[in-house]
Design a protein around this ligand. Structure first.
Ligand SMILES: NC(=O)c1ccc[n+]([C@@H]2O[C@H](COP(=O)([O-])OP(=O)(O)OC[C@H]3O[C@@H](n4cnc5c(N)ncnc54)[C@H](O)[C@@H]3O)[C@@H](O)[C@H]2O)c1
Length: 482
């Protein structure tokens, strides 16, 4: 593979951007074919290949992956399913150089989202990038600047934003449909397994270009399963909080119309039961202060009890939100119900969730905005994706600055945080059911960090400000000047 010199890449990229912007806005025309390449085709990228192929007027012309085995398999599947040969690329920069590509779908790991988006915009491509919007808070600002500067359409893959029944219902909630909202709770209660504890020097699969997979991040390999398990390492992933948190926290803040950063964040959690190399918590409670209503979020990756295969539930749901109003409470995820103070269901909130977990509606929304060249038609632009993703980053920052305290002291430590205290009681009994000795176990107790919503930073903590951004590994650097 040719390593393109960064300066020449940028020159080429901006030349492409100029060409594309001036001579080929033609895909805006309703009858023109929109040519899409999916970058990263192992997990969710596979569903994007299928989903975009089914949108009228869209042609998936290629796939890109740094794992040649994954790429080859997807090209073969596509040929069989759609009788169409995909152009294959092993370097996304070649996709961006290609004048026959209009838009890219970034289904690559979190640490690549910002750089891929900035490069895409510079090259004059429209971008659908997966959630979380960014790997850190600073990056999202660069993505927004790039989208604005190059007049690109950039959608973030938080797909429930494209559900019209939620758009309508959350407007009603903000207008008082539940009475004054007292608090919002998010839950993501799933079940995962340990990722193991391999030792010695691990080698990436022979089919992978590991340097390019790591891109902006360090290259040390500590996981046995190469794909997906990167979520549990801070260099690449953002914990379960940054994995499924963007979906849930987005619903939380959307329901109350919280259109800026919270004024404070705190975190309590740890990685329990599993003796493995993973770095991120599998049990986590977050609290966000908003003038409109406080948000708490509970995450559990362990089953209901040792040896069980099921997941916990809170108010009958494992994933979703509970919006507690003075008059009524909403419980839901893709759809939901409103219950009165006696627990009686008084209204069902349902609507079209499309296919593929809502992603198809979201893809269609992206294509519509690409054609109209009107970014305000996007259901989840960079700003919206950023505000929801930032909640994950803020929570992880509190967690990473936390101190280890004994679990048995937690109740006392949380005297001034009653909502977290209540959630912590559930957490403790869940851990006990999973064999954790509450008397001897520790928990990471994150500081309550004050946040200045206007500057999106921490006025009282330099340590926290230090985690707003990362060190980049050249030449994979998100530029200061996009
Ligand atoms: N919106 C949703 O509901 C949803 C669901 C699942 C995943 N996601 C997001 O999608 C992204 C991908 O998740 P996944 O589960 O498919 O991960 P994965 O690890 O299974 O697959 C990622 C693929 O990207 C490839 N890749 C890595 N770096 C690359 C690069 N620089 N250029 C080209 N290819 C590269 C890998 O080789 C791999 O094939 C993540 O950010 C995840 O959070 C979103």
């Amino acid at each position: 593979m040719t390593q393109l010199n960064r300066r020449s890449f940028l020159a080429a990229a901006s030349a492409t951007a100029m060409t594309t912007l001036t001579s080929r806005p033609s895909f805006a025309a309703a009858n023109d074919e929109l040519r899409v390449v999916v970058v990263g085709v192992n997990g969710i990228g596979r569903t994007h290949l299928n989903g975009f192929s089914q949108i009228s007027g869209v042609r998936v012309v290629g796939a890109c992956d740094v794992d040649s085995a994954v790429l080859g398999q997807r090209a073969e599947e596509h040929q069989k399913k759609f009788q169409q040969k995909l152009k294959t690329y092993n370097d996304m920069r070649r996709v961006l150089d290609d004048p026959d590509v209009d838009a890219v779908v970034l289904a690559i790991p979190n640490h690549w989202h910002a750089l891929g988006t900035v490069w895409g915009c510079q090259a004059g491509k429209d971008v659908y990038t997966e959630k979380p919007c960014s790997h850190n808070i600073w990056e999202a600002g660069q993505m927004k600047k790039a989208a604005d500067k190059y007049e690109r359409i950039v959608q973030v893959g938080i797909q429930r934003r494209s559900f019209t029944h939620l758009q309508d219902f959350f407007q009603e909630v903000q207008a008082g449909a539940l009475g004054k909202v007292k608090q919002v709770k998010g839950v993501y209660l799933t079940r995962r397994d340990s990722i193991g504890k391999p030792t010695g020097t691990l080698k990436p699969p022979a089919t992978v270009n590991h340097d390019m997979w790591c891109g902006p991040a360090p290259t040390k390999l500590e996981r046995a399963k190469y794909h997906y398990d990167w979520h549990w390492f801070w260099d690449y992933g953002n914990a379960e909080l940054g994995n499924n948190g963007p979906h849930i926290l987005d619903l939380c803040r959307w329901s109350i119309g919280a259109e800026e950063f919270p004024t404070a964040v705190s975190s309590v959690g740890g990685r329990y039961v599993w003796d493995d190399n993973g770095q991120t918590p599998n049990t986590h409670i977050l609290r966000y202060e908003y003038a409109k209503a406080p948000i708490t979020f509970e995450i559990r990756d362990l089953p209901t009890a040792t040896g069980k295969k099921d997941t916990c539930k809170y108010m009958d749901i494992s994933y979703g939100i509970v919006v507690e109003g003075e008059d009524a409470t909403y419980v839901g995820f893709d759809t939901g119900k409103v219950i009165d103070p006696d627990g009686k269901v008084i209204r069902e909130i349902t609507g079209n969730t499309g296919s593929d977990g809502g992603r198809q509606l979201h893809r269609e929304n992206f294509v519509k905005a690409v054609r109209s060249r009107n970014a305000s038609e996007l259901n989840c632009d960079v700003r919206t994706g950023h505000l929801s993703t930032a909640l994950c980053h803020l929570g992880n920052i509190s967690h990473r600055l936390g101190e280890s305290v004994s679990l048995s002291s937690l109740n006392d430590q949380l005297q001034d945080q009653p909502l977290v205290q209540e959630a912590a009681k559930r957490m403790e009994s869940h851990l006990e059911a999973n064999g954790v000795d509450l008397a001897s176990a520790q928990v990471e107790f994150g500081p309550t960090l004050a946040i200045a919503p206007k500057t999106e930073s921490f006025p009282q903590s330099e340590a926290a400000n230090g985690l707003l951004k990362r060190e980049y590994r050249a030449p994979y650097v998100v530029p200061e000047l996009v």
